[in-house]
Design a protein around this ligand. Structure first.
Ligand SMILES: NC(=O)c1ccc[n+]([C@@H]2O[C@H](COP(=O)([O-])OP(=O)(O)OC[C@H]3O[C@@H](n4cnc5c(N)ncnc54)[C@H](OP(=O)(O)O)[C@@H]3O)[C@@H](O)[C@H]2O)c1
Length: 337
């Protein structure tokens, strides 16, 4: 391959004669000419498959917003060149979100050109493959833990519920909370199959997610000092209704649905706080804080246990599996393989 060529997974959108749009993705070889504006060029080593990547790779709308687009909302690699004074060739960097894989070329490629502003220096304690295993999912889990802490939820406040427990965000959230001494209850649809795995991450108790996923009363028995929710919809409404006086719920996802069929009762009668989590737009200082805490708090043996590493061409199969709910933990893509 010529020096200016690299492999990339490109998402394209076409329109047929009836005006119907079709989106698809393929692994192909491109040249540096396709790279978008940016002040830092990175030799990418690893990316990962998040739910959003699954949607983009399987031709679903809602993630890619420009076409053609290199997919991948995460990247980990080494700076090749930079006109941003903060970065120099050889620097080890991480980028989660900030529009890559959505409106700017992403990490499922051997090369990326990005804005230096959102890059984070990879902490020495976190290897490149582990940084990708953490990825957007783990970064989001850390942002959610920080949101609970900022609002005063402490290990002695009471039980913390984590929904979507077998997913990427859920798994890392359980490990992070348990490492800090919180008692974690893991809500999952796969307790039979994955109960041991979730207990291994630190869950003290497993809850069947179907106990939360239908319409419930506006106020219910108070069970949670805090919660990290990847699920939304009725599940989030029930969690709010079950949260203690003064408790905090961090909402990060919509695996059940984007709706929130709740009442204001938990807010006005129990002073419950609903904290929104947005990893994509996280400001630079918060990114650095979250990565410092991930480096300090996460048990890397546990992380290795929830990680599968695949080659770039394996991304499509992994995308199909994450959409079908057949993945647990995290899938890292070694883009050089
Ligand atoms: N706010 C942000 O910045 C941000 C960042 C990353 C991700 N997200 C969102 O957070 C969510 C989780 O992301 P992820 O990467 O962890 O995805 P994931 O690995 O696919 O995990 C999602 C988990 O949700 C549960 N689930 C799936 N369908 C469900 C349903 N219909 N009802 C209830 N639970 C269901 C499953 O866990 P069980 O089998 O254990 O029940 C599944 O493993 C996604 O909605 C994603 O888009 C948001």
């Amino acid at each position: 391959m010529a020096a200016n060529e690299f492999r990339a997974i490109i998402v394209t959108r076409t329109e047929d004669e009836t005006g119907k749009r079709h989106q698809s993705a393929e692994l192909t070889t491109v040249t540096d000419d396709v790279l978008m504006d940016g002040d830092v060029t990175v030799a990418v080593e690893f990316s990962s498959i998040n739910y959003k990547d699954g949607l983009a790779l399987m031709g679903k709308p809602g993630v890619a917003r420009v076409w053609p687009l290199i997919a991948g909302i995460d990247l980990v690699g080494t700076v090749e060149s930079s006109t941003d004074p903060r970065w120099a060739p050889g620097d080890q960097v991480i980028l989660n979100g900030a529009g890559i894989g959505e409106s700017h070329h992403g990490g499922l490629a051997e090369r990326a050109r990005v804005a230096g502003t959102s890059l984070v220096r990879r902490p020495d304690a976190v290897s490149a493959v582990r940084a990708a295993a953490i990825g957007t999912a783990g970064f989001t889990a850390m942002l959610a833990v920080l949101a609970l802490e900022r609002a005063g939820v402490a290990p002695d406040s009471g039980d913390i519920l984590v929904t979507g427990a077998s997913g990427g965000v859920g798994g890392v959230a359980i490990a992070l909370l348990a490492a800090r001494g919180y008692r974690v209850v893991a809500s999952t649809g796969r307790g039979g199959e994955l109960g041991d795995y979730l207990r291994g991450l630190g869950a003290a108790e497993i809850l069947d997610r179907h106990t939360l996923d239908e319409a419930g009363k506006p106020l219910q028995a108070q069970r949670w000092a805090g919660a990290i929710d990847s699920v939304g919809s009725f599940t989030l409404a029930n969690i709010l209704a079950q949260t203690h006086q003064g408790g905090v719920v961090a909402a990060c996802g919509l695996a059940q649905g984007p709706d929130l069929p709740a009442t204001v009762m938990p807010f006005i009668l129990r002073a419950v706080t609903l904290a929104g989590i947005n990893s994509v737009e996280a400001p630079p200082a918060l990114r650095v804080q979250a990565w410092d805490r991930l480096a300090a708090d996460l048990d890397f043996d546990l992380l290795d246990g929830l990680t599968e590493v695949i080659p770039l061409a394996g991304s499509f199969d992994a995308a199909e599996r994450i959409l079908a709910g057949r993945v647990h933990g995290r899938t890292v893509v070694d883009v050089r393989r």
